[in-house]
Design a protein. Sequence first.
Length: 537
Amino acid sequence: MRSALLMMLLAAISFFMPAQADNENSIYKDALPGTTKQVKDWDIPEDYTLLEEGSAAGSLTEETLQLENGKFRDGYLFEGATGQECHISLVSRDFDTFLILTLPDGNEIENDDIPWTLVNTNSRLELDLPLNGQYGITVTSYRAGETGDYSLSVSLGEAPVQPYSNAADFSGTLEDGDEVDPTGRLFDRYEIEVEEVARVTISLRGNGESQLDTFLAVVEAGTPFPPPAGAFSLTNDDFDGLNSQVSWVAVPGTYSIVATSYSSGAMGEYEIRVLIVGHAGTLAAAPDDEVTYWGIFCGINDYGGPGNLRFCREDAEKLYRAFEAHGLMDHSTARLLLDLEATPGAVASAFGELALEMDDNDVFVFFYSGHGGRTPEGDYPEELDGKNDFLYMNPGDTQYLFDDDLNQLLEILPENALKLIAIDACNSGGFSRDVISAPNRVGFFSSEEDVLSLVAVRFNAGGYLSHFLVEGVKGNADLNRNGVLTVGELKDYLLTRFAEDCNAETTTDDRVPAIQQLVYDRGSVGPARTFITLDND
């Protein structure tokens, strides 16, 4: 038995999924579904206009020029560079859009429908541009004779720059005879020269069949290891499982890379990858400069009668404002679904809208404060306890958003984007198993799956997780006060606050006394991964 929302979503995806053309001979590959064909001797039509500031709003009318197939069309031009990331979106409420991108060499890439939206009449292309030169965009319709207003947007990434220093590789073995630190860890040391200001990324991993749990350190050349207090030092243990990585904007100088292990006496082969990227006199951009933050914030006080809650709506508003205060979100990148607006259908629509705009560099937050619950035992035999977990929302097509539904919605977001899921509701811990089921997902849940969550009245909050999360995002979770809030810092802060300021005596579903405790799951996300960069001005 599946929830109504999930069935609706799956039905929509399968019904609207466009047939894929045989693209075996395509010479360009776009990230979203599209077909490629060769057009000979493409001459730029005289009526095509230069796209101003990356967007345009227009109308297809009966006075608009027609294609040979009877479809009306408008045309635009933009300049692109080889390797430049390009996102093109065409949206209309009046007609079923059709998008054509013409490359400088005359090849065309087309897109009709985006496969994951519930109402699938818009078009989108994502690709790395293959050539330098002028590109043409044709805005038209799927069927002949369709007219109406439309909105076109083109987003271009930075043109790739050549690194002034190539990537370098080192390999070695931790073995008897190596240097040993005071804790008994064997270590090797390598030196690199950074000639100009640049972003330096160093990764360390076990080589071949080695299961070495690595530990990476970077210090200034000539500094002993471990370094003395106050000396420059960067360290990482588990950026990605057993592997380690550090990345920073380096000033010119000589640095020592220290390759060691997490445990004393551990031996094994390893490899080091060093990438120095930047261009003379220019500060290489930190990753956060290219990150866009997106969010869906749900808070429900008003359930239309019995079962109304206190402070949950305010939880969602406060968390959104915490991101807004850092300049990370606004109403164009976030969706607030409050009280009667917070339905499973509205959540699904919000996911679909944001999925159209996000890319792999971005960070996404899903937050919910309200009622949660579980189905009767035996309804879901595939679950370990025979029960399925849900968020109890306001009625639309259905009143329940199940954990499987939320997992399905998360799957339409870019795979490599960091996704943080925070749910403050009874039984919310049950979402951990089914939602933190793919890479780049982190989950915080207010109680175990059979335990009830309490309203945090003394904090004027709908729940303890909500209050602590708001305080953490404001900056209190930046434990080392360096202006960067990592996933690990946020986890440690929430655990500490639950231990010190929650201690809430509650019960299980069966009324057995219990203590409310935070449930968290980092999945494959390392604790050193940046969650947000704080505005400390």
